[in-house]
Design a binder for this molecule. Sequence first.
Ligand SMILES: [Zn+2]
Length: 644
Amino acid sequence: MSETFYITTPIYYVNSHPHIGHAYTTIVTDVFVRYRKLFGEETYFLTGTDEHGQKIAESAQAANLKPQEFVDRMTAEFRDMWPHLHIQQDQFIRTTDAFHKSAVQAVLQKIYDQGEIYLKDYEGLYCVGCERFLDQEELTEEGNCPDHQKPPQVRQEKNYFFRMSAYQEWLIGLLEENKDLVQPARYRNELLSFLKAPLQDLCISRPKSRLEWGIDLPFDNDFVTYVWFDALLNYVTALGWPEDSRYEQFWKHCHHVIGKDILKTHGIYWPCMLKAAGFPVFKKLAVHGHWVVQGSKMSKSLGNVVNPLEMKDLIGVDGLRYFLLREMSYGEDANFTEDLVFARYHGELSNNFGNLLNRSISMSRKNFENEVPPRGEPGKQEIELYQMFEQETSQIKAWVEQFEPHRALERIAMMSSAVNKYLDENKPWKLAKEEDQNERLGTVLYTALDASAWLVCLLEPVMPEKMKAARIQLGLGESPMTLEMLKPGLVQTGTQLPLPEPLFPRIQLKQKEPEKPGPTPKAKPQSEEKQEAELENLVGIESFQKLDFRTGRILESKKVKGSDKLLVSQVDLGESKPRSIVSGVAEFYRPEDLPGMNVVVVSNLKPVKLRGELSEGMILATDDGNSLKIVEAPGDSKPGTVVR
Ligand SMILES: [Zn+2]
């Protein structure tokens, strides 16, 4: 019997527009679902919007709309964006859906009937301008409402409370016994330390005299339900509880993906609510960190929201999905900058995997009449490569199941590098020139194509559209694969290989505009003296011809110890062994960005030692005064080709 997997995103509060934070949460959830499908599991993926509460009522009023009109407009922004980000949810729930409202009322009645909800006087700090109670933490240092700069009044109000304090000991026990319930572990620890203080009962109502936009309490029509109590229940109501079979099938396999800002509601309120209502507790709370722009959390109020749709215009939707999954260590905060985006895109997609696919196909087409070559007899290298692929594939499955997608993608990038290295070592371009090496050439190219197909399957959950294109390039079918099918022999000898288009074309980045562009200076007639001085800087063709420029392929790179600026690379110039070359690009490239790049090398410079590292040449780079960019040779040029 296949495993079952139910996963949810938080439902997004429609008081703000979708931003990169929402996009990340939803994309990472989509990727988890697609991987589980690859693992052969039965899946259900829920997302949606949270549409009640004071803030929505206020925003609707400000927009001169009825609350329902306002939320209809805002929820569409979320629902319409997901297909553009290649997200395929099974259900999009709205808390204004009729089935949700009636199920929330049924749960409230159940808990009320058990005596776990009671009415009492509530005393708090009320701001008349805001028409709501303020928390102590919200007040300014002077004790004023931050919006109205007036002290709030002490006011009493009757409200309904959920007896959450009764579940404190049970919840502590649950978290202590289930070490994997909340992860990463630091968030479980955070909850346990919060639970060291006495847990308060939770106010779950708002009197209609000050808020009408919500779900009526079934046992008292003068009140609506507190927005969090309403919202959290969506995870159960979406499955059609109580009568729909989806509830029976999926609820007990529930995994929640959330950002760390809503840990308390999901890690404290929610399990207590489930326990009180007689539902089993979710299986996992997988908590991720925030995207940070220049040191501050991305949020609407800071005005530094990055619109995910804008980034996809530069590197494609799948490029963006890859970056988000790869860059953020799940659970920790991560930086979002254009430079980081392009470094991942060029380093891992264009130069590593994209280049592997492109050159494997191009060389097969050239040497085997546009077809997948015969497989031939696998040697030691091929056997070892496949063994490594099998081991890594089961490790990747484990990383995904442990909600550490960044580690899975790191392994995939490593596997792709290993196949590139295999090609570099076996030099099919040399084998092609030797008559008696045709069988070996076929084996090497077949292995590279087959390994590429394997990687396509592993990358498909992250980049569904690009990998669909890669399948066509490799002549693979379109039927969905499962992990069990990943074995040697994915590509079929004799299959036609169409002319490959680069999947991840390099992007020419616009130069940054100068800060204060002045008027263009008019050309002045130069003095003769100056012209002569400039002439002295010119060299004759004989001087140029003394220099030997060659294409090289970077095999590996690392930082030079004790230097922030220098990287030392092993560069294949088509010679008997690679050269060691030091270059000053460490501020602009990470060591892992370079392997796989085809570069231009000045190959006849006198060797020198820089910071203890031997440098036998120079890698050319452009220098605009702000940044260095390595000059790249055409992707199909063999190492050692003359540049002139
Ligand atoms: Zn106020």
